[in-house]
Design a protein around this ligand. Structure first.
Ligand code: ATP
Ligand code: MG
Length: 412
């Protein structure tokens, strides 16, 4: 006998008894996003490595540490760590700028990041997300955030914190980066190694640091006043104020979190995160934001865009677990031919049904039925000779005998 091969660290099987909730997450996404005019897009699992280097940003953890990259025929390929870059590639490649704006797309599927596995953090995980192209107006930002909240509410998730922030445009951000670097300069040596690199390459990302000693530096009065100050230009401020007023009319509660910069390089203006109060340290279920420069950076026409992604495993862990495994009906009969016919008839009528393939003793079959099904549909000798079936409720033990033609209605 060979060794048992186990599932890879940071990956998981999703088993049949868990599938009910996965269907629910997927069905609700399809319904809610379709209603809002979003079409589903399915892009490949692997793409050119360069797409992520350029599209996600080469100062990000994702690109620097977390990508599954491999080579085939001298090409560098990468398993997608997120889906925005792939969707943007497809938008450009398929000339979707020719469609009148907005172009609205949604997706779901597996993503891959080489991270340290822990609760709420896997190496293969699933995201569901949306992207909207072509609208600069802050009504688009409002729609995207509203859509995320509606979707979460549809899953029964209501205890949510919506955090928003504006990163401004590349111009106003330049000033902020300069000021931030100046005020942090005296603390440079106390920053963690990652932050030292960020200080040089992308100072905004400093604010995203989770290391306690760095967080303490951001609490120093003079640093804090820079972070909490208003650095964004008038136009960006107006965009942000409009967004807040739209969220107000939609009745969406939010807080402004000036430390929220998000892990990806491409965001500008609006960024947001939705946290659940019922998750532990990995409490972000949704992250999103505006990325008005990404399409042109990847070679397309200048196109404003905004979107979000949610982690489905984190959603799953929040959902009320329901037992979906029980059958509606278990056919009990010692006559295999009659059993096969009745099982087919019930299934054709959308009754979730199974039976005993080996046609064991009647009492054994009834025992099995009680374990796996809500009802037993019994075809004994008496029933067969009189063209009837007995339907037994296995919770209450109530039993009725009906004409074969009435079996469906009596089960429903
Ligand atoms: P985090 O701060 O939790 O690392 P992130 O900023 O890397 O999140 P995004 O890239 O914005 O996350 O992805 C959006 C969502 O996808 C997250 O809010 C989270 O719910 C989920 N997610 C991200 N990475 C993982 C992972 N390794 N395992 C499970 N879910 C994940
Ligand atoms: Mg991350």
């Amino acid at each position: 006998m060979g060794n048992i091969i186990k599932v890879q660290k940071g990956t998981k099987d999703i088993l049949p008894q868990e599938m009910g909730l996965w269907y629910k997450m997927e069905d609700n996404a399809r319904r809610i996003f379709t209603n809002a005019g979003y079409g589903e897009i399915r892009t490949p699992i692997f793409e050119a490595t360069e797409l992520f280097a350029r599209g996600v940003g080469d100062t990000t953890d994702i690109v620097n540490k977390e990508m599954y990259t491999f080579e085939k025929s001298e090409r560098s390929l990468t398993l997608r760590p997120e889906n925005t870059a792939g969707v943007v590639r497809s938008y450009i490649e398929n000339g979707m700028h020719r469609i009148s704006a907005p172009v609205k797309l949604w997706y779901k599927g597996p993503m891959f990041r080489y991270e340290r596995p822990q609760a709420g953090r896997q190496r293969q995980f699933h995201q569901v997300g949306v992207e909207m192209f072509g609208i600069k107006d802050s009504t688009a930002d409002a729609e995207i955030i509203e859509l995320a909240v509606s979707y979460l509410n549809s899953l029964g998730l209501n205890d949510l914190e919506v955090e928003i922030n504006s990163l401004g445009c590349p111009e106003c951000r330049e000033n902020f980066k300069k000021t931030l670097k100046e005020v942090l300069k005296p603390y440079y040596n106390d920053l963690c190694d990652d932050c030292k690199t960020r200080y040089e390459k992308n100072p905004l990302r400093l604010l995203d640091c989770k290391v306690e000693s760095c967080k303490n530096i951001f609490e120093k009065p003079e640093v804090k006043s820079v972070i909490q100050g208003d650095f964004i230009c008038d136009e960006c401020a107006e965009h942000f104020n409009e967004l807040k007023s739209y969220l107000d009319v939609l009745g969406i509660k939010y807080t402004v979190n000036k430390l929220l910069v998000r892990g990806l390089d491409y965001y500008n203006r609006t960024v947001f995160e939705i946290k659940s109060n019922n998750l532990g340290s990995q409490n972000a279920v949704c992250g999103g934001g505006r990325y008005d420069t990404l399409v042109s950076n990847l070679g397309g026409q200048e196109t404003p865009a905004i979107g979000f992604a949610m982690g489905m495993e984190r959603l799953y862990s929040l959902l009320e677990k329901e037992d979906e495994s029980k059958l509606d009906a278990f056919v009990v009969s010692t006559d295999k031919k009659e059993a096969l016919k009745l099982v087919k008839y019930l299934r054709d009528n959308n009754i979730k049904t199974d039976f005993d393939f080996n046609a064991k003793k009647f009492t054994k079959q009834m025992e099995k039925a009680s374990k796996v099904s809500k009802y037993a549909v019994i075809l004994g000798e008496d029933e067969i000779s009189s063209g009837k079936v007995s339907v037994k409720n296995l919770e209450t033990s109530e039993q009725i005998t009906v004409d074969k033609t009435e079996v469906i209605s009596s089960l429903k």
